[in-house]
Design a protein around this ligand. Structure first.
Ligand SMILES: C[S@@+](CC[C@H](N)C(=O)[O-])C[C@H]1O[C@@H](n2cnc3c(N)ncnc32)[C@H](O)[C@@H]1O
Length: 412
């Protein structure tokens, strides 16, 4: 595989029409048996609600009943709460809580994107299976924006950029994403479409040759200018609690590849995003090496463990951000506005210790305007009728309200 530059996406004629359009509102089909299960699960319910007559038809359900399974499996979303974590499997009911709260179907790509806080103008391209990965793997833009808010804005390069959730948040916070890179063509295609002014370089950073070519492209793009931030979410399968936590997973090495880029480029700040499982791998040794390496390069380092719902994301998602900075940060932690969910599926389990905070954005706020579709259907492109809008979060997603106004109104 060679490093190839993805041509800047032509700003197609649709872009100016984007305010009238709704992209990616289509959902995966359900098998007949899955549909029977889905029909038996109430809002906020899960596999425990499926009657024995249906359980006995499924080897997986029989197994889950025997050995116990996560209460998120075969989950149906609760309208009054943020969703559970949107992973890359929201095309399957058995791998998380991805059933629409009211309709007998899985959530659509757009509904998942809304739960991830991607604005509606952000369009996901490529194969369907890739688009599940693009959305499920992304950093929620509003979470990324919160992190960016404690850093000085400027020129940014995003490594392992995926579809561009992290970049979207940094851009919203006033940064200019000058270059992004990923090894996957579909990811690059989506990134380029949504960031027409950024250079997008396809490169597999397992290969030194690609890494060197990418460095050359970066130096050309910078042409002597300072790099303000190098940001990136190196693949985390080896670190994720959902994966098999293989310490020697070669994908883990990519985080060290990112540190090599830091050593050469010496940006003002470095932001490395990952799953909280990174903290436990090899009893914290990997994380310790990352922090020490950054310190040895002259960075002041801090580690943020953030809960997405505190920053307006209608989803429970925990991520860590390692920040290395050459200047003193004015704030060491982004201010959260909404109460975190500590545990539980019930409304009254929203953390009561945060009396001064407002309830987090919930699934109803996020998706109640989107048109009804049936299982396995929907459209990649439909016209959005502005009279559908019901909530300020939907206004925020449709670019008709700023985040500042949204927070002021929501926290009055
Ligand atoms: C967790 S995702 C990043 C998500 C992204 N930060 C976002 O917010 O949308 C990790 C990305 O690393 C890419 N990746 C995996 N192996 C890679 C490699 N060897 N070289 C470059 N990119 C790689 C994947 O294609 C994937 O898009």
């Amino acid at each position: 595989m060679f490093v190839t530059s993805v041509s800047l996406a032509a700003v197609d004629s649709e872009t100016c029409e984007a305010s009238k359009l709704l992209y990616n509102h289509l959902c995966a089909p359900l098998s007949e048996l899955d549909m029977q299960m889905v029909q038996s699960i109430p809002e906020g319910g899960n596999w425990k609600d499926i009657p024995p007559s249906i359980v006995q038809k499924s080897a997986r359900l029989i197994q889950i009943h025997k050995s116990g399974g996560r209460t998120t499996y075969y989950g149906r979303l609760n309208k009054d709460l943020p969703s559970y974590t949107i992973n890359t499997y929201f095309n399957r009911p058995g791998n998380g809580t991805f059933i629409h709260p009211e309709q007998n179907r899985l959530i659509s790509l757009r509904e998942a994107a809304r739960l991830q806080s991607f604005p509606d103008h952000f369009r996901f391209l490529g194969s369907l299976s890739s688009r599940y990965k693009q959305i499920g793997n992304a950093v929620p833009p509003l979470l990324a924006r919160a992190v960016a808010s404690i850093l000085k804005s400027g020129r940014v390069i995003d490594l392992f950029s995926g579809a561009g959730g992290l970049s979207e948040g940094f851009q919203q916070a006033g940064n200019e994403i000058i270059l992004a890179s990923d090894c996957n063509s579909n990811m690059c295609k989506t990134f380029a479409h949504n960031h027409p002014n950024s250079a997008v370089i396809k490169a597999d950073l397992h290969h030194d040759k690609h890494a060197n070519q990418l460095l050359e492209a970066i130096e050309n793009t910078l042409s002597g200018r300072t790099l303000n931030s190098l940001i990136g979410g190196p693949p985390c399968q080896g670190f994720s609690t959902a994966g098999n936590r293989d310490t020697y997973d070669s994908r883990n090495n990519l985080v060290f590849q990112m540190l090599d880029f830091v050593r050469v480029l010496m940006p003002d700040t470095v932001v490395i995003e990952n799953v909280p499982g990174l903290k436990w791998i090899q009893h914290g040794k990997i994380l310790g090496i990352i922090l020490k390496t950054l310190e040895e390069m002259g960075y002041s380092v801090c580690k943020l463990h953030l809960r997405a719902e505190e920053y307006g994301v209608p989803q429970r998602r925990r991520r860590i951000f390692i920040i290395g900075s050459r200047y003193a940060l004015t704030e060491e932690f982004p201010v959260g506005y909404f109460a975190p969910i500590i545990h539980g599926r019930k409304k009254n389990m929203v953390n009561q210790s945060c009396d001064n905070l407002f309830p987090p954005v919930n699934v109803r706020d996020a998706v109640s305007d989107l048109p009804q579709i049936s299982s396995g259907s929907g459209d990649d492109l439909v016209e959005y009728d502005w009279c559908w809008i019901k909530t300020d979060y939907q206004r925020l997603m449709r670019d008709s309200m700023t985040l500042e106004d949204f927070i002021i109104k929501r926290t009055k």
